[in-house]
Design a protein around this ligand. Structure first.
Ligand SMILES: Nc1ncnc2c1ncn2[C@@H]1O[C@H](COP(=O)(O)OP(=O)(O)OP(=O)(O)O)[C@@H](O)[C@H]1O
Ligand SMILES: [Mg+2]
Length: 500
């Protein structure tokens, strides 16, 4: 018999030893390894003429190995013999696997005869369409446990294959399993992915982003999860790594396709934005259009009658126009305020000191409007984190609204009370004005919503924007006819400067 170059892959070390002794005893060159990944390393430099492989191996099984092998050009004609310990429990389509022979695992003595017989047969022409019957099946025992495990394995594989997520199992940086979905994301065939280094199956730009997931020794923290968004072949994929309990070298990579979700999100975003823009433009058109119209009417009447009008009437028309100009100016100022504090300068300061400076600035104006202004500040409400200029603007807007609501009342009063609530400092502006109807309360924060003749309806919009930027909150409660209470909450700062 011609001496052969042989590779044996089996996870049973005792069996490997027996095989090596048997084969070398007959003068064949033999390399024996315990798993498929190790065999792939061997195959880089060693080209066997015959490969004996166990069907049931950890990580990559003998059946998958056959598929990889038949895809490697220089091994296409290699004679593959499957050694099966489960031949009695499971039927295989050897044609699909591309195997040339199958030997059922039985006592080594009986088996060795089959092994030598197969080596002899390998010299002849390859059997057409490959196999053949399983050799040694009569001395092989049927085991219920194996059958149950195999059927469980099949069910699990079916589940994995039907999942919408891509699943890649990695062992020591190499791919030992990838479901169809993962293969379709990668646009690679099974044979190219299995056994490959994980870094090689992703495009470079993707690998650069996800390599950190696998780096470092994260194995101590089994509950840690990592997500990285990437784009693979025009799809938005979320890559997520799972560590497998008690298996240090094993990781599962999940690939979730979020392309459709991203598309929907951007559509929703775009529609929202366009809706809002349309709404805002129509508001501005309305706000500026009205005064411009009035000015136009006033000026054309004046132009037509300039020769006949006396000085007092001319002055009256000019006054009317200037009032309208002032209205536009007011709107422009409000719009400016909206973008004034785009990036707030958040500082730690005392709210009581701030109020001591703020109240005198407005008290006189409110006194003129016959509004009584009271401020109460609890002792424990002290340090806050806010932009003082923005807070000034916020309070001014709230007080102006309160004063407007009171307008005309003899006993008008506004009470500002400041107190600590949890980790916030709350500032309540309470008035006894006309209040806000339930229906109007829903619209308070809509741009241009106003019940006032000269209001812009931007005051509360600006207030809310500024508060958001300062990580604050606002709440309005009111009963029509019984005044309104606007409460704003500002994050508290600790006395020693530590931020909550
Ligand atoms: N304290 C309050 N009492 C009663 N109604 C209020 C109060 N605060 C706000 N509102 C109602 O909410 C509306 C919107 O207020 P907002 O401050 O946003 O705009 P505005 O006051 O109408 O206009 P601007 O602030 O630009 O002068 C007011 O027109 C008013 O109807
Ligand atoms: Mg206002």
């Amino acid at each position: 018999m011609k001496k052969k170059k042989i590779l044996v892959i089996d996870n049973d070390r005792e069996f490997l030893q027996g095989m090596t002794e048997l084969l070398e005893g007959h003068g064949h060159t033999t390399v024996a390894v315990t798993d498929v990944l190790a065999s792939l390393d061997v195959l880089v430099e060693y080209t066997p003429e015959i490969i004996f492989i166990d069907l049931l191996l950890p990580r990559i099984g003998g059946d998958d190995f056959c598929r990889i092998l038949r895809n490697i050009d220089y091994l296409r004609t290699c004679y593959i013999v499957i050694l099966s310990g489960i031949a009695a429990e499971q039927q295989f389509d050897f044609q699909v696997l591309g195997a040339n022979a199958c030997i059922a695992k039985s006592p080594f003595k009986i088996m060795s005869e089959h092994i030598l017989e197969v080596i002899r047969a390998s010299e002849g022409p390859l059997p057409p369409g490959n196999i053949v019957e399983v050799m040694g099946l009569d001395s092989c025992h049927f085991r219920q446990v194996t059958k149950d495990l195999l059927s469980k394995n099949k069910s699990l594989k079916t589940i994995l294959e039907s999942m919408s997520q891509g699943i890649i199992e990695i062992y020591g940086r190499r791919v030992v399993y990838a479901n169809s979905r993962a293969l379709s994301f990668l646009a690679l065939p099974f044979e190219k992915v299995l056994g490959a280094y994980i870094a090689d199956i992703f495009p470079d730009h993707v690998w650069n982003k996800i390599s950190s997931l696998l780096e470092g020794d994260r194995h101590d923290d089994m509950t840690e999860e990592h997500y990285v968004p990437v784009r693979i072949h025009e799809r938005h994929i979320l890559v997520h790594l799972l560590l497998v309990m008690e298996q240090k070298n094993c990781q599962i990579m999940l690939l979730s396709d979020v392309t459709e979700i991203r598309k929907m999100e951007s559509v929703v975003e775009a529609t929202n934005l366009t809706d809002k823009l349309g709404y805002i433009f129509s508001g501005i058109r309305h706000e500026i259009g009205n005064p411009v119209n009035s000015i136009k009417v006033a000026l054309s009447v004046l132009q037509k009658n300039l020769a006949t009008y006396d000085r007092a009437t001319v002055a009256e028309f000019l006054d009317r126009s200037l009032i309208e100009v002032a209205r536009i100016e007011y709107l422009l100022k409000a719009l400016k305020n909206y973008s004034l504090f785009e990036s707030p300068d958040i500082q730690r300061f005392r709210i009581d000191t701030f109020m001591e400076n703020f109240v005198p600035l407005v008290r006189e104006d409110f006194a003129k409007r016959k509004v009584d202004l009271k401020v109460m500040c609890a002792d424990d409400a002290r340090w806050i984190l806010a932009d003082p200029r923005a807070l000034h603007q916020v309070l001014l807007n709230l007080l102006t609204n309160a004063a407007d609501a009171i307008d005309g009342r003899e006993d008008g009063r506004i009470i500002i009370s400041i107190m600590k609530s949890d980790r916030w400092v709350e500032i309540k502006v309470d008035d006894n004005g006309h209040g806000i109807s339930e229906a109007d309360q829903k619209n308070l924060f809509r741009p241009f919503f106003t019940s006032k003749k000269n209001g812009t309806g931007l005051g509360l919009v600006i207030v809310r924007k500024m508060l958001r930027q300062m990580h604050g909150r606002i709440n309005v409660t009111s009963y029509k006819g019984f005044g309104a209470t606007v409460t704003i909450a500002i994050p508290e700062a600790e006395q020693d400067g530590r931020v909550f």
